[in-house]
Design a protein around this ligand. Sequence first.
Ligand SMILES: Nc1ncnc2c1ncn2[C@@H]1O[C@H](COP(=O)(O)OP(=O)(O)OP(=O)(O)O)[C@@H](O)[C@H]1O
Ligand code: SF4
Ligand SMILES: [Mg+2]
Length: 448
Amino acid sequence: MSDTRDPGDATGQAGRTAAGASAGDDPLLRVEGLTKLFKNDSGFLSWLTVDRDADGVPVTADREWVRAVEDVSFEIRRGETLGLVGESGCGKSTLARTLLRLIDPTEGDVYFEGDNLAELSGEALRRKRKDMQIIFQDPQSSLDPRMKVGPIVEEPMRAHDMLDDEGREERARELLSRVGLDPQHYNRHPHAFSGGQRQRINLARALSVNPDFVVCDEPTSALDASIQAQVLNTMRRLQEEFGLTYLFISHDLSVIRHISDRVAVMYLGEVVELADKEELYENPQHPYTQALLDSIPVPDPRESETRGVLEGDVPSPIEPPSGCRFRTRCPELIAPAEYDLTDAEWAAVRAFTRRVVRHGFEMTTQADLEAEFFGDTRPGGPAGEALDRAFVLLERKEPDAAADHLRDSFIEPSICAREQPSYEVDPEYGDGRHFCACHLQRDEELTH
Ligand SMILES: Nc1ncnc2c1ncn2[C@@H]1O[C@H](COP(=O)(O)OP(=O)(O)OP(=O)(O)O)[C@@H](O)[C@H]1O
Ligand code: SF4
Ligand SMILES: [Mg+2]
């Protein structure tokens, strides 16, 4: 773990928690060091693989766990919407389900209205659950096709013994109207409704028990853009009317921008950046956030190309990269401190290393490779010697050995591979706190 972490805040947590609300705020929800590992049972003996220790001795690696969410901390203030964005599989739904205790965390705590959910059980936990609802992406499968809309909306009220039959029906009809449906729809089956209307039924159901907090897990992702905008607008209106706090999950940065007050960006099980919306969109600091923003299609038809598409695949959460998990795809990986390289030299070394590690070129002569990657930016000194060795291995047609050598020479010694980053950034927009898990911030960090 990095020794450059924030020394701690009122919660006694390191920098990651510092990404939450400002000191003195009374958060509705506080998540501290939340971790969820799943047992990896896919494939016969899939965990039994051979790695090498520091001396090159083969050892058995423990690949038994899918590290879906790891050491995530943040706060959500009463009445705000925290957007949670990241690529498919980065752990958004697992985080949501864990913080609602729909599944048990492996480690970490969730405080809701000041109570540690882990310490509640029985009736106390049931009552808390009423105040925390979730809406899922697929409105089709989350509505029982055999039930009519009225009883669907009334179901949570019945589960929590709210009101009598008459009161529940009255409230269900009222809620249908509040979410933009006709109260007469009470007696219809869900199949009679469009996707957007079905999501409105889900909203009415979630609101029936008068929750304080609603987790919205990609609630509009399955909808057409125009319907999506209408449902989002309804959700914002309902937030005001019902005094709701949202955790809004989406892989779509445009949707997140539309609905959120603050935004958390997730990558491979970790929150890598968290800031007020304007700060995050106008002053993104993490290379992953920057790449995501760059790949949003530009609305101007004359500039319809998407830019900055991320290189490489997301690594497996079973064996995430050490240090910064984004380092295997990061275009800004930091040069190891022991080499004295110019920016141009490091850019060439980085590009060459990437290509060899990915075996992304045809075998060719040293002269051709040097010309393609280095031209007149070939570094000398220890870095040059490390490159010489790689070229020898490539000439000998030993690409795996060349890749290992380059990895050991230029990637593993980087601070990006050695230390987990966690920094506070001085915001340019507003005075909210800005958390960024990238070592590029190491010289800029605020001193507290
Ligand atoms: N029950 C489970 N057992 C094992 N692995 C799981 C389980 N649930 C999720 N995972 C793994 O955990 C990781 C995170 O999954 P999760 O569904 O939380 O991602 P996500 O960000 O919600 O993705 P999407 O955008 O596709 O919904 C993935 O690698 C997934 O395969
Ligand atoms: S810590 Fe290094 S690898 Fe990670 S995002 Fe920052 S520069 Fe890239
Ligand atoms: Mg999901």
